[in-house]
Design a protein around this ligand. Structure first.
Ligand code: PXL
Length: 281
């Protein structure tokens, strides 16, 4: 069985970071080890959340795992709280990656043109440096703009997105998958850029007239699981576009849905059926 490591916080309520990565990647039939970077009572879109920083626990975890000889086929980092945690992701790559391991970074720090609460432009620059050392990065439009000094535009055309992904590739990552890209009225998808041959792949599906919190984490988790199962980056992105859409449709069907995250749980059976039909599980 493929085994991945994900490094991000636990928001105890909020349907994001580890509480989505763990169930989604596990459901895809991939063992999911975790390093929790912090425990928050909720994600940071709530008021009054608690925050316990677990940074000081991480070096001991890495040291123990190094002694055990653990390695992972992918190491996927998400929301991180400080420059020190960014450094610890680099250390995890050094200690726990094999030559075939894929280093995946979702620079989860911003959306809708703004940084999340508690982040600065200096942190965005640190994250850009981590992205430059990764194999595959998963920024949304806001994060891509912040990391490359590109003006944020919601009405960008294909040329705007291609220029942005080339700039992100120039940071150093081999593959860039940008989520939330709309190139046609009523459609939304993901643009994948491979720096080695300067090639693009675009996949979109129906665009719903709503936007929900936590969809970026769901998308990144699904891409990570799919890559571990051997899909190409472009195929993994297409599966994740479809799964994220299923999650949003499930949410809209539920009259009692929560504002803070989508009903990804109701769409897990859709995802496991898909994975089975790919013959990967
Ligand atoms: O979904 C990204 C995310 C992860 N973790 C925490 C967050 C957010 C987004 O707001 O606040 C703690």
């Amino acid at each position: 069985m493929k085994k991945i490591l994900t490094i991000q916080d636990i928001s105890c309520v909020g349907k994001c970071s580890l509480t989505t990565a763990l169930p989604i990647i596990s459901a895809m039939g991939v063992e999911t080890a975790v390093i929790p970077t912090a425990v928050l009572s909720t994600h940071t879109a709530f008021q009054g959340f608690t925050f316990r920083d677990l940074t000081e626990d991480i070096p001991g975890i890495l040291e123990h795992w190094k002694k055990e000889g653990f390695t992972f086929s992918a190491i996927y980092s998400g929301y991180l709280g400080s420059a020190r945690q960014i450094d610890l992701v680099r250390q995890a790559w050094k200690e726990l990656a094999s030559p075939a391991s894929v280093r995946i970074v979702d620079p989860a720090m911003a959306d809708h043109g703004k940084l999340y609460a508690g982040f600065s432009q200096a942190f965005a620059a640190e994250m850009a440096s981590l992205c430059g050392q990764a194999d595959l990065i998963l920024p949304n439009l806001t994060e891509g703009c912040l990391m490359t000094g590109t003006p944020y535009r919601e009405d960008g055309d294909e040329a705007y997105y291609q220029a942005l992904l080339r700039k992100l590739g120039a940071l150093g990552a081999g593959t860039v998958i940008m989520t939330g890209v709309s190139l046609r009225e009523g459609r939304l998808g993901a643009l994948t850029y491979r720096a080695a041959d300067d090639s693009f792949a675009f996949y979109d599906n129906e665009k719903l007239p709503v936007s929900f919190h936590g969809t970026g984490d769901i998308f990144a988790s699904c891409v990570t699981g799919a890559l571990a199962l051997g899909l190409s980056a472009a195929d993994a992105a297409a599966l994740a576009v479809d799964y994220t859409l299923e999650c949003m449709k499930e949410t809209m069907k539920d009259p009692d849905y929560s504002w803070y995250g989508v009903n990804f749980e109701s769409a897990l059976s859709w995802l496991t059926d898909k994975v089975r039909s790919l013959g990967r599980k």
